[in-house]
Design a protein around this ligand. Structure first.
Ligand SMILES: C[S@@+](CC[C@H](N)C(=O)[O-])C[C@H]1O[C@@H](n2cnc3c(N)ncnc32)[C@H](O)[C@@H]1O
Length: 286
């Protein structure tokens, strides 16, 4: 039963049902007009109603099977990303589980892979601390190139939690979780709540920027300021990873970033993970 349902094409099924329905009703009308008796038409309508219900049930079944196959597939890819992370970056204390507001395993793996290739003298900046801070920090530690990670966090409670994990993993000489309260900042005459400028004065040579905060509860454009306000600190060719681009507001932020030049540089879409979009920041295209 299951494989035969899987092979059914839902469009063909609906089309077939509609054709059978139309033929039955047409027959009902012809017979009714010839015999002056509505019985056959009523029976035809009943059969069509039953047929429509059966097709509906089958379509739901096909949808559920497709969902379950896709979920299993996604879980396998996530598991593989996590295994790669543990194997490549070997945490020495238990890692918090990704999930909820944290970046997905595939995004974490992308961040760690890019971080491990960054040459000495450059910096990684992250907006919104958490599990991403830990995996990126582990990758930087393994690369041994003396690349630092500055993680901006507007809430002390989450900064403290991430710092505890950073210490437990022996990453405190590489990772700085910096509390930066949200303050009003204007970009092209529009006001935003973003990490205080005081927290950014020493930020430069940024090769990788992960934008995963402030949270959407701050506003639909909460993450937009990251590029305009950090543009002058970004390297030519820097990678910018914007998380949650499966959401409409983050897609709008990505479009707005790409629509203008920032400090004489432009962004182009490079790749994507399951929930993040990756951009290249380039001064040469402008
Ligand atoms: C999307 S989270 C950042 C997640 C982080 N980059 C990671 O991958 O684990 C954005 C902000 O939400 C807040 N936050 C962190 N953990 C949270 C939680 N469990 N529930 C609600 N907000 C949280 C913090 O202020 C954080 O800066």
């Amino acid at each position: 039963m299951l494989p035969s349902i899987k092979r059914l094409n839902s469009k063909t099924l609906v089309l077939l049902g509609a054709v059978v329905g139309v033929i039955l009703i047409a027959l009902g009308i012809v017979v009714a007009s010839l015999t002056q008796d509505l019985t056959f038409l009523v029976i035809a309508l009943l059969v069509v109603a039953i047929e429509a219900t059966a097709i509906g049930v089958l379509l739901v079944r096909i949808g559920l099977i497709t969902m379950s196959v896709s979920t299993r597939w996604q879980t396998a890819i996530d598991t593989n990303a996590l295994l790669q992370l543990y194997q490549n970056f070997s945490p020495t204390s238990p890692m918090p589980s990704p999930g909820g507001v944290a970046a997905t395993p595939r995004t974490l793996y992308y961040l760690a892979s890019v971080a491990s290739e960054i040459p000495a003298g450059h910096t990684v900046v992250e907006c919104g601390s958490g599990i991403s801070t830990l995996w990126t920090g582990l990758a930087l530690k393994k690369s041994g190139r003396n690349v630092r990670l500055i993680s901006l966090e507007h809430l002390e409670v989450y900064a403290e939690e991430t710092r505890r994990n950073v210490d437990a993993l022996g990453l405190s000489d590489i990772v700085e979780v910096r509390v930066a309260p949200l303050t009003e900042q204007a970009i092209n005459g529009v006001r935003y709540q973003w990490y205080s400028a005081d927290a950014l004065t020493d930020v430069s040579n940024v090769a990788l920027l992960f934008v995963d905060g402030p949270p959407g509860t701050v506003g639909r454009d909460a993450r937009f300021p990251a590029v305009p306000l950090l543009a002058s600190a970004l390297d030519d060719g820097a990678r910018i990873v914007l998380d949650d681009t499966d959401r409409k507001h983050e897609q709008e932020i990505a479009d707005n970033w790409m629509a203008s030049a920032w400090s004489g540089a432009t962004l182009r879409k490079l790749t994507a993970t399951d929930r993040s979009t990756v951009f290249e920041f380039s001064r040469s295209d402008s």
